[in-house]
Design a protein around this ligand. Structure first.
Ligand SMILES: Nc1ncnc2c1ncn2[C@@H]1O[C@H](COP(=O)(O)OP(=O)(O)OP(=O)(O)O)[C@@H](O)[C@H]1O
Ligand SMILES: Nc1ncnc2c1ncn2[C@@H]1O[C@H](COP(=O)(O)OP(=O)(O)OP(=O)(O)O)[C@@H](O)[C@H]1O
Ligand SMILES: [Mg+2]
Ligand SMILES: [Mg+2]
Lengths: 215, 215
């Protein structure tokens, strides 16, 4: 490792209820993405416990974790994480393979999700044939296509102009209104204001966890 | 390709003088990064001409283009483009290999550039041991370390909180005050306002090219 035991997260004590819309803010390197990886069962905490629905995540094996993730959680990664050799539709359909739907339904859901983020005419483009913002929108479509119970969005509008960003936030807002839990990381105040709760982080700790008075 | 001959840029007529600070805005997919790739001699236009200093770029071979790029141009790519197996210092020192400076001077310049972007204690971290914003700051350090004549920054503060973002803009502003030409893409108005000229793009065309009255 680059240095001695740097704690990315430090004594985090957090609970999120089903249907919440939580925004997380904090300076670069403050631990936001690390916290999202734990919440999303992509990383296991080096100490302490994490419970997702009725499971104690630290006791689950990697297969069970993958099943939990694929069934219940949609991710919008900060660096998009698209597979370079697959086109937009193939990237979006990937997590649906575990959904139990047939090929026709899966492809239909993928196309609809890409249309909802304004990429109807780019479904066959590969990531290197898309702009930064278009790639980000493919990763948003992938996270929402299977209507997961929880969506974790790490700077979902970071590569988007304000108008496109607001269109994406309307989609997330509508999904939350249907009962889907949303946890969102952003450094922009007007995006964080979509949440009913705003958490501020610094040096791996939660500094503040406030109800959003604007919402 | 994903579709028929889509024009990423359409009849662009643009000139930028030495020492300018130009901001480019426009919606996702409007052609900003494509234009930056042309200006930075990474891509050659399919038709028309591009002149960089006294060179007609379309007539240069790939070796000459690489030499021009490495000597005169610093890039901050929208997707950072860091080499995963090199640490932060090694990534920053890479373009300095062509600078004619000795090993000690090169390493010194790389460390100083990383310190100037707030990463003094992460010089030995590899990209996957850095947060999104820290990776972006490594790519900024790499672009400025060799004091190039032109810096092309594609959304340089996209992954940064506002405070860190303003620190980066101060660095770019100081470099411009020393005579370095800066071309910057952003979707945030307060970042664009650092430029003395603001260009707005849509569907591959330049809609507007105005002097910035705030600056
Ligand atoms: N290799 C390619 N093949 C086909 N089309 C491409 C390719 N690269 C980019 N494009 C298309 O060209 C257009 C312009 O892309 P560009 O990356 O310049 O946009 P941008 O303004 O930088 O957008 P963003 O703000 O999302 O980064 C986009 O619509 C994109 O889909
Ligand atoms: N694999 C790793 N090894 C060592 N340190 C790491 C590793 N991954 C992350 N870190 C460190 O942990 C800290 C928290 O990183 P994290 O990615 O959670 O930050 P963040 O709040 O998301 O920042 P940003 O806004 O820049 O994306 C950072 O200081 C980073 O350098
Ligand atoms: Mg992050
Ligand atoms: Mg771009």
């Amino acid at each position: 490792m680059g240095d001695n035991k740097l704690l990315a997260l430090d004594n985090i004590d957090l609970s999120i209820n089903e249907g919440d819309f939580v925004s997380i803010m904090g300076s670069s390197g403050s631990g936001k993405s690390t916290l999202m990886n734990i919440i999303g069962c992509l990383d296991v905490p080096s100490s302490g416990e994490y419970h997702f629905r009725d499971n104690n995540v630290s006791t689950l094996n990697s297969n069970k974790l993958a099943e939990l993730r694929n069934k219940d959680i949609g991710f919008v990664f900060q660096n998009f994480n698209l597979l370079p050799r697959l086109n937009a539709q193939e990237n979006v359909v990937l997590p649906l393979l575990y959904s139990g739907k047939n090929l026709k339904e899966r492809n239909q859901l993928a196309i609809e999700a890409l249309e909802s983020v304004g990429l109807k005419d780019r479904v066959h483009h590969r990531p290197n044939q898309l702009s930064g913002g278009q790639q980000q929108r493919v990763s948003i479509a992938r996270a929402i296509a299977g209507s997961p119970k929880l969506i974790l969005a790490d700077e979902p509008t970071g590569a988007l102009d304000s108008k496109t960003g607001l269109e994406i936030m309307k989609i997330l807002n509508d999904l939350n209104a249907k009962g889907i839990t949303i946890v969102l990381v952003t450094h922009e105040d007007d995006i964080a204001n979509y949440g009913s709760r705003i958490i501020k982080m610094k040096d791996g700790k939660i500094l503040e966890d406030k109800k959003n008075v604007n919402n």
